[in-house]
Design a protein around this ligand. Sequence first.
Ligand code: MG
Length: 228
Amino acid sequence: MVHNGILTLFDIDGTLVRGARCHYMAFVHAVSKFYGMEEDISGVNYAGKTDPQILREVLEIGGIPDKVIEDNFQDCLNYMIQDYLANVHRENVMALGGVHDLLNELKNENVLLGLTTGNLEPIAYAKLGRAGIDNYFSFGGFGSDSAKRPCLVEKALERARKIHGFKGDEIFIIGDTPRDVDAAKPFHLHTIAVATGRYSTTELEKTGADFVLESLEDVKRVRGILGI
Ligand SMILES: [Mg+2]
């Protein structure tokens, strides 16, 4: 694909879509199966964290010894994927307002579209598929690449260059949490924070994001920011 020198890297939860009960339940099932933990983990703030990062935190809070965590960690993540794929047909996920139109317009303008998400890769694509927007994306950085968000941003950039021959420096990270903005900082990327997750515009303004939006609904405004 010929692209126009602009790369946008989208977070998924709270940015492109909302509601992902089956993802949460896959997590609960996996933690129960591999670690025997039945605690309610809904109180943990996992916004902007990667799946492996959340898993480790939950297990540590639950007092699971490090050795036991390590021994079962990858199997637990794999089980989470299987459980999610088996149940995704009943996932309640929906594309957020403006997202369909925005992605369509960016695609038509030959903007290169990628993902930076803490979701494990198969979960990310299945979730986007359920929301009807998976066909816009073919690469990214995922929770399966690293537990650390900046490292998955690095992976996404590497893949943009290697797979798509991207050479431009107009790169935008679009996400709904302070963690999305922080992960972009080491790479000096442009940041757009959207208040469609659990953080308000006021909270997101404190992150130093270049742009803070209520949502992605004002497609014209986003186009203006991207300069297209
Ligand atoms: Mg998010």
